[in-house]
Design a binder for this molecule. Sequence first.
Ligand code: MRU
Length: 365
Amino acid sequence: MKVRIDGTTKEVRTIWREGQTIRLIDQRKLPHRFEITTLEDHVETAGAIMDMVMRGAGAIGVAGGYGMAQAALEAIDRDLPEFERYLLEAAERLRSTRPTAANLFHAIERCLDASSTGTVAERVEAVLSEADAIAEDDLEASRQMGVLGNELIDDEVRILTHCNAGALAFIDYGTALSPIRLAHRQGKKIHVFVDETRPRCQGARLTAWELEQEGIPYSLIVDNAAGFFMRRGEVDMVIVGADRIAANGDVANKIGTYEKAVLAHENEIPFYVAAPRMTFDLTCKDGESIEIEERSPQEIVGMWGVDDTRNPSRILIASEGTAVRNPAFDVTPAKYVTAFITERGILSPPFSESIKLTFGEADIS
Ligand code: MRU
């Protein structure tokens, strides 16, 4: 993505690998500060996924693959049984960071599969190329979703999106924001309604920032205002991303997505979900079997930002110790989804059939 920093424009990916070092945009600092940070080993990478230094299903998946590459390099001097043990432990550590996004689990499986034959040196090489292939696949899938999704966007439309399914949630382009970017680049008149997305405010902090960088017109709205604009006829379509999609088309995505889908249905507004193959989990029969992450009460009782002098600052909204529930995701039943925008085509209902037909039992690669 193109990022304007101190008057110059730079082309940058959300996350990339240089040997054993991972470099990435520290998303906790945006939009107030643009900072590249580094992760030197797979333990740091697991910590960064958990702390949401990077977040979003695609970026988490790529980080998982890179974490496996780091682990392989860390164990390069061990004998084969020790190497295998080390890699399995690393896989377990990376898996335990965030439970909902399917991309993470698929990425780790791909790296483990790649490491299953050959000498230690050959296995290390195989894991490195698989991790890099995951990143490149992610990039290409995002680009392709832009091309296919753009065909669903008319010349003058107002689009609502929730959370951040943009370049920052992947390597570049994003899922929901990829078609929006392309439509804008082609000169279509787009206006994006950005839900702020409490509690971590990925909409306010990240999506608004991405749209600003690209010059795409948008309005930031509080989560509770989506229904207001839909009912007034000011929203023509909704496009969101996904963290995991079950075989029947039920969608786990950022908390609040379900409400938007029901509201869109009530107001006869098309509701699209953009997601690559890596987000579909055909082992989940339906949304009931998707594990939903619950995060710290701290995210609800307080908020992070900068003060008037632009110094990082946290304020309390509720008292410390307030009883809190904080599910990070919800499940939108397939019946509310108009279509899926994937890199292999637009999937229409009935989803049990279109998903199986498109992705079948095929490999994740
Ligand atoms: O908790 P996050 O910020 O990782 O959640 C991200 C989302 O829910 C996105 O909408 C989702 O990942 C779709 S885009 C990859």
